[in-house]
Design a protein around this ligand. Structure first.
Ligand code: FAD
Ligand code: DLZ
Ligand code: SF4
Length: 509
């Protein structure tokens, strides 16, 4: 009896029950393949991080006595395809059984299901033991509802997992949600914590990746590489976050500033999404920090909402919506991405900062993704699928199951409002309130029509004029449409003309 067990690059969970017993009849198979590096053009750091972490994981399995077959991107026997390699290695190892952990991505799930129908041996798909909900929990919770409110799901999860709950079934602190207290701008105090991540030199690995011809973009920073390689590093990272940043997480969650890239965000998404750490342990440590007075309730609750609420909810939306989600384009937006998405070279200071930082670090925090880059993309009518491909490539934590609903649903409203209650768009005034971007920008945040007028202003109103039919019935947009009704036809025409002129010179913005 020989079992071949596949481990994907985002399944690096050493605590999975598979690894608790050493068995000579089991061979673990990990592979670096062009099929996975090339489904979209990835940021250099993302490819390095996945391969380095996979290699570290395989080395630890070997050291623990497990049998491992590891295919490097440069191996001549590597057929660069999941299916072809699995078929070949099942033959080579005389496999009597093929097992895999359920992939998080619809595409890979389908590929492996198809493969199993052609293999002549028993096959088993088992749980990754990572998430707190099943693939179809959300669709059960929202059964029959058109709109899927995250808050409703989140409260169910708080109750189900007894997180920050009183014994009488009420939330600790009476409120479920401290969002209103969590909207402060940041002007330098408290100081942004130092980057607590350890560094590695991955120059040799990067040379190997380049030699194999894998296309990429963004800065590799391969000699001074900061993303965690394994569970031990991820746990150190989690502890440092709880100590140094969690206490301020809530208050400055939405803040933006040119002097900061992370502020008080955790940077834990790569470690979580590759399953190095479990959401339950992140939640437990956060609750403990609150209970021992290390973090205020608003910060602990705000952070837990991201993990127990948003992360699980987004996954539920994904599995309920795929494969149909792929083609969503509610507003029929078709404009291609301007070239400066790959350089950050735009005069809009907010966009330049968010894109340049993303290209440099493979990271941007939520509000940079949503209210700067995503906001511009939606106002400019960029094609949702092109926006999706950029986000999927650029961010270290981007995997289809979490990136796609966030980009298409939350950010681009491409699902027509299943996920977001209104489109997340703003003019310059919101960006100015939450950041220091507008000071020192080429454009004038207060102007709408002049040659130096902030592009967000005309584009914002033009967006609502263009999509009035689809949006005017939305109760959350009442004030916007009231303001629009007060505008004269001449004013609306001027906005339309200005927006058209901005879009005709989008490359020069
Ligand atoms: P923190 O702010 O410290 O939050 C803690 C954790 O909460 C994160 O690590 C993450 O696991 C979870 N979380 C928070 N918000 C979300 C959310 N909306 N959806 C799912 N999990 C969430 N997140 C990804 O993990 N991968 C993606 O590819 C991704 N793409 C995004 C695209 C767009 C357009 C937007 C608006 C958001 C996207 N997000 C994505 C969600 C969020 O921006 C990132 O999880 C977060 O910025 C990661 O940084 P952090 O670990 O410092 O997060
Ligand atoms: C992101 C990524 C990349 C760049 N390369 C690989 C790879 O070569 N081998 C692999 O197993 N996984 C890789 N990944 C992560 C996969 O995209 C991820 O495992 C799938 O999306 C499955 O959910
Ligand atoms: Fe961005 Fe406009 Fe402010 Fe410039 S003025 S930083 S373009 S919002």
């Amino acid at each position: 009896m020989t079992s071949v067990r596949l481990v994907l690059g985002d399944q690096l969970n050493p605590q999975h029950h598979w690894y608790q017993t050493v068995d000579d009849h089991v061979t673990y198979l990990l592979m670096e393949v062009r099929e996975e590096t090339d489904y979209v053009v990835h940021h250099a750091q993302k490819i390095i991080a996945i391969f380095a972490a996979m290699r570290d994981f395989a080395a630890r399995l070997l050291a623990a006595g497990h049998q491992v077959h590891y295919l490097k991107i440069s191996d001549t026997s590597n057929q660069q395809s999941l299916t072809k390699n699995i078929l070949q290695l099942c033959r080579e190892h005389n496999a009597t059984c093929f097992e895999y952990q359920a992939p998080d991505e619809w595409r890979v799930d389908r590929t492996l299901k198809n493969l199993c129908t052609t293999l002549q041996i028993p096959t088993h798909c088992i749980d990754t033991e990572h998430f707190l909900t099943t693939r179809d929990d959300a669709s059960r919770i929202f059964s029959g509802r058109r709109q899927w409110l995250m808050e409703y799901f989140y409260r169910q999860m708080r109750i189900r997992y007894n997180v920050l709950m009183e014994s009488n079934g009420k939330p600790i602190g009476v409120q479920w949600n401290f969002d209103k207290e969590n909207r402060q701008a940041w002007s330098g105090t408290p100081a942004e914590p130092i980057d607590w991540r350890s560094t590695h030199n991955h120059a040799a690995l990067w040379a190997e990746i380049q030699h194999a011809g894998v296309k990429s973009f963004g800065e590799g920073h391969e000699t001074d590489f900061r993303w965690p390689l394994n569970r031990a590093e991820a746990l150190n990272h989690l502890n440092a976050f709880i100590k140094d940043a969690l206490p301020h997480f809530g208050a400055f969650q939405d803040a933006l500033n040119t002097e900061a890239s992370r502020l008080f965000h955790s940077l834990l998404s790569f470690a979580l999404n590759t399953k190095m750490i479990h959401p339950q342990e992140v939640i437990e440590k956060t609750v403990h920090a609150y209970q021992t007075g290390q973090a205020p309730l608003a910060a602990a609750e705000g952070f837990i909402r991201q993990i127990l609420g948003w992360r699980e909810y987004i996954r539920g939306v994904y599995w309920a919506s795929m494969p149909g989600y792929a083609d969503k384009n509610y507003f029929a937006h078709e404009r291609p991405l301007p070239e400066w998405f790959w350089t950050g070279n735009t005069k809009m200071r907010c966009v330049a900062h968010a894109i340049s930082q993303s290209l440099d670090t493979a990271y941007a925090h939520h509000i940079q993704r949503l209210m700067i880059i995503g906001n511009f993309s939606l106002l400019a009518g960029l094609k949702p699928d092109a926006v999706h491909q950029w986000y999927l490539g650029v961010y270290i934590d981007a995997f289809d199951w979490v990136e796609r609903p966030n980009t298409l649903g939350m950010s681009q409203f491409a699902d027509g409002g299943q996920l977001a209650t209104k489109p997340y768009v703003s003019s310059a005034s919101y960006i100015d309130k939450m950041s220091n971007y507008c000071k020192g920008c080429h454009y004038d945040k207060k102007d709408r029509l002049g040659s130096r007028a902030c592009p967000f202003n005309a584009l914002y109103w033009d967006f609502f004029v263009r999509h009035q039919k689809k949006l005017s019935g939305n109760p959350r947009l009442g004030i916007v449409f009231q303001q629009l009704t007060k505008m004269s036809d001449e004013q609306k025409d001027q906005i339309r003309i200005k927006a058209a002129s901005l879009m005709s010179s989008i490359e020069e913005l």
